[in-house]
Write a protein that binds this ligand. Structure first.
Ligand SMILES: [Zn+2]
Length: 96
């Protein structure tokens, strides 16, 4: 069974009471609520953002490599490969 996620309201630890999950923080309103485990563990926005951050980190690492390749070419084709890669990158959507 996967590890219990932190409280989505305060980030505190949580405890399972026979399958009902509650926050351990006495100053958090979620301490008074007992959720079924599958509901407590469901974080669609957090999961989507985590996946997006991983994809952006990968794109950043590739861009960094391409720039290094263009700035310190070992062969003449290194520059063209770097430019082709950088031209193919789509700009991230504008923040609202
Ligand atoms: Zn909490």
């Amino acid at each position: 069974m996967d590890e219990l996620k932190k409280c989505q309201a305060c980030g505190g630890e949580a405890t399972s009471y026979g399958g009902a999950i509650s926050c351990d923080n006495p100053n958090c309103g979620m301490m008074l609520i007992y959720m079924p485990r599958e509901l407590w563990q469901r974080r669609p926005l957090e999961d989507a953002l985590t996946a997006e951050v991983a994809a952006l980190r990968e794109a950043l690492a590739k861009s960094h490599s391409a720039l290094n390749c263009a700035l310190n070419p070992r062969t003449p084709s290194d520059i063209m490969l770097a430019v082709k890669y950088l031209e193919g990158i789509e700009a991230p959507p504008e923040a609202e």
